[in-house]
Ligand binder design. Structure first.
Ligand SMILES: [Zn+2]
Length: 331
């Protein structure tokens, strides 16, 4: 189906960066795998892994940030560390409990991304624990992959902040979702917009700036439909299925919104009928349109997880983006 060849690093990134993480366990397990592989250990007993998790979360939870997306609930790790900090469990008891309660899902689910198993394994599960596979060693023996370790840390920070924002705002998030739900509408056939969008994108993917194969062009909602609940053209772009899948129901970074705003202004300058449609949807003046779409984006930020975009994407070298800049300068 896809023209892409993935390597081990891509799969690692898919798990850590693109999975819809509802808790921080996968990030923690990723850190454990790196740590043990650096020590040259392949066979890890469950209680060794439990001890590693305990040490990691004990340090991590000093910041008091939530480790789970669902408001008013805690992960098993948070509960155990709490009991330990309050003197209700000693270290050995706490580690035993981590082994019994905290691993239920993460070891089985680590390799699942977007509901399916990735085709390689970073470890095998055994009765006694896990056996780390060469795939991990292969990735982390390369010096340049230091950045993968940093990515893991920033992803953990980012998840915690996202969980925290959503908790503090859970009523607000409900209200916002309701607002967009009530003002939204049934799904329409968005593929009919493909040709007009492509007139402007010229076969270049909105998210990665690479050329798209004509059989692999998806119409995508920049601000996810799951939140905005409409199919208005001002929010639609074309992308690879790969980029579309990685973005999932998350909210792309602000640089993509800026790009969308420029795209819309570009469409408005054309005399195509959609230019009047965008004016009706977002406002008559450029300033109004900018304000209105930023308002929607800010609302969506409150309710959705952020998505940083395609690794290595640089707007400055994106031919699609440069077309706009050129055009704006000429105009
Ligand atoms: Zn792409």
């Amino acid at each position: 189906m896809s023209v892409f060849e993935y390597n081990n690093e891509d799969y690692w990134r898919a798990i850590i960066l693109y999975g819809l993480n509802q808790a921080t366990y996968k990030i923690a397990l990723g850190q454990s795998l790196i740590r043990f592989s650096e020590q040259g250990k392949t066979t890890i007993r469950m209680n060794e892994l439990a001890e590693d998790f305990f040490t990691m979360y004990l340090k991590r939870l000093i910041n008091g940030k939530p480790q789970l997306a669902t408001p008013n609930r805690q992960t098993a790790m948070e509960r155990i560390i709490n009991l330990y900090n309050n003197g209700l469990l000693n270290r050995t008891q706490a580690i035993e409990r981590v082994e019994r309660e905290a691993f239920n899902d993460v070891i089985d689910r680590f390799h699942i991304v977007d509901k399916s198993n990735i085709p390689i394994k970073f470890y095998e599960k055994t009765k006694q624990g896990i056996i780390i596979s060469d795939n991990v060693f292969e990735i982390f023996s390369k010096n340049e992959n230091v950045e993968l370790v940093n990515e893991l840390n920033s992803r953990w920070d980012l998840l915690e902040s996202a969980f925290e924002i959503k908790r503090n705002n859970s009523q607000l998030v409900n209200d916002l979702r309701n607002f967009y739900l009530i003002n939204g509408y049934e799904r329409t056939d968005i593929t009919k917009n493909r040709s007009v969008l492509n007139g402007y994108q010229n076969n270049v993917c909105f998210y990665c700036g690479e050329i798209m194969n004509e059989h692999d062009v998806h119409v995508d909602h920049v601000i996810p439909r799951q939140f905005i609940n409409n199919d208005e053209i001002y929010n639609l772009v074309l992308s690879h299925s790969f980029c579309n899948l990685h973005k999932s129901d998350n909210l792309p970074g602000i640089h993509y919104l800026e790009k969308l705003i420029e795209r819309n202004e570009y469409l408005i300058k054309s005399n195509h009928p959609i230019s009047s449609k965008i004016k009706i949807q977002l406002g008559k003046s450029q300033l109004d349109r900018r304000k209105n779409i930023l308002k929607i984006y800010t609302d969506a930020e409150t309710a959705l997880y952020p998505w940083g975009g395609i690794k290595g994407y640089n707007p400055a070298t994106d031919p699609f983006y440069r077309t706009f800049i050129r055009n704006f300068i000429i105009n």
